[in-house]
Design a protein around this ligand. Structure first.
Ligand code: AMP
Length: 287
């Protein structure tokens, strides 16, 4: 396994692979890896085969954090990440420094961004208006550096995956986007690097997210179609039972277009964001 830290070295390597017709699978992350990330690595390996290359990037992308968010506190542990990658058979970790991705040369600072203008305005985009422009910009840059044939994203960030798919289609990136299922802890909590912020009591309270999803799932699979308003009220009531939890949003939408649905039937996607203390957690499921 190699670690590459500069954009130029990554792109040189990727071009060499391309000339040699080596298949490349790519897993972009912000590091502090958990079993969810590693499941994406395994999927990438499966897709490119034993002779392909799997690249995992670790980059805490400042452009996708608002000034009020947790950029400087975001958990990092490169040594541990590297160990996990090695044991999963990752070929290259691409871990660029911050200046590497957004050069700040006086008079010639980074000034180009990629903006998806529809899906980015919904849900996460309402709460975090500059978030997805950071995500699409960094992913576009990473695609240009790693030149992957396949890129694997997690369903945990459902809206993000939909936006990346749209960007790839709209800008003709020659990349196949694959979305892998959300990995959960035994008790249902979706794995996330941000779970590290939770104290013991908050960790328990964080179960309201998966509980709310399960409650809605059972409700919709059993009975007649429910209204989104009704399900939203039930979710709010459930979240209110946890003293440190505050519902940011809950949404019911078409999984392809992300269009909000008033009538909720099986197959509709449900997503929610909840603050537990100061930690903002997200989760989603197909009902
Ligand atoms: P992050 O490091 O949080 O930016 O996530 C990097 C990639 O891992 C994204 O495609 C996420 O959707 C995916 N991911 C994060 N958590 C999980 C999880 N619990 N299960 C599956 N994929 C995940």
């Amino acid at each position: 396994m190699r670690t590459v830290t500069t954009a130029s070295a990554m792109q040189r390597l990727a071009k060499r692979w391309q000339r040699g017709r080596v298949r490349v699978g790519f897993v972009p992350t912000m590091g502090f890896l958990h079993a969810g990330h590693l499941s994406l690595v395994r999927r990438a390996r499966q897709l490119v085969g034993p002779h392909g290359r799997v690249v995992l990037s670790i980059y805490v992308n400042p452009l996708q954090f608002a000034p009020t968010e947790d950029l400087s506190a975001y958990p990092r542990d490169f040594e541990r990440d590297a160990k996990l990658c090695r044991s999963e058979g990752v070929d290259v970790i691409f871990a660029p420094g911050p200046e590497e991705m957004y050069p700040a040369e006086p008079g010639a600072a980074f000034s180009t961004v990629v903006v998806e203008e529809q899906l980015s305005k919904l849900m996460e985009g309402e709460s975090r208006p500059t978030h997805f422009r950071g995500v699409t910009t960094v992913v576009a840059k990473l695609f240009n550096l790693v030149l992957p044939e396949i890129a694997v994203f997690g369903a945990k960030d459902f809206q993000q995956a939909a936006i990346i798919r749209r960007m790839v289609r709209d800008l003709n990136f020659p990349v196949k986007v694959v979305v892998a299922p959300t990995r959960r802890e035994q008790d249902g909590l979706a794995m996330s690097s941000r779970n590290k912020y939770l104290d013991e009591s908050q960790r328990q309270q964080a179960l309201v997210l998966s509980r709310a999803l399960r409650q809605a799932q059972e409700r919709v699979r059993k009975g007649a179609p429910a209204s989104a308003a009704q399900l939203r009220a039930e979710t709010a009531a459930l979240v209110a039972l946890a003293p440190q939890a505050r519902l940011d949003y809950v949404a019911f939408f078409d999984p392809e277009t992300l269009a909000p649905m008033q009538e909720v039937r099986p197959g509709v996607q449900m997503a929610l964001a909840v603050f537990v203390g100061r930690t903002r957690l997200i989760d989603n499921v197909k009902l």
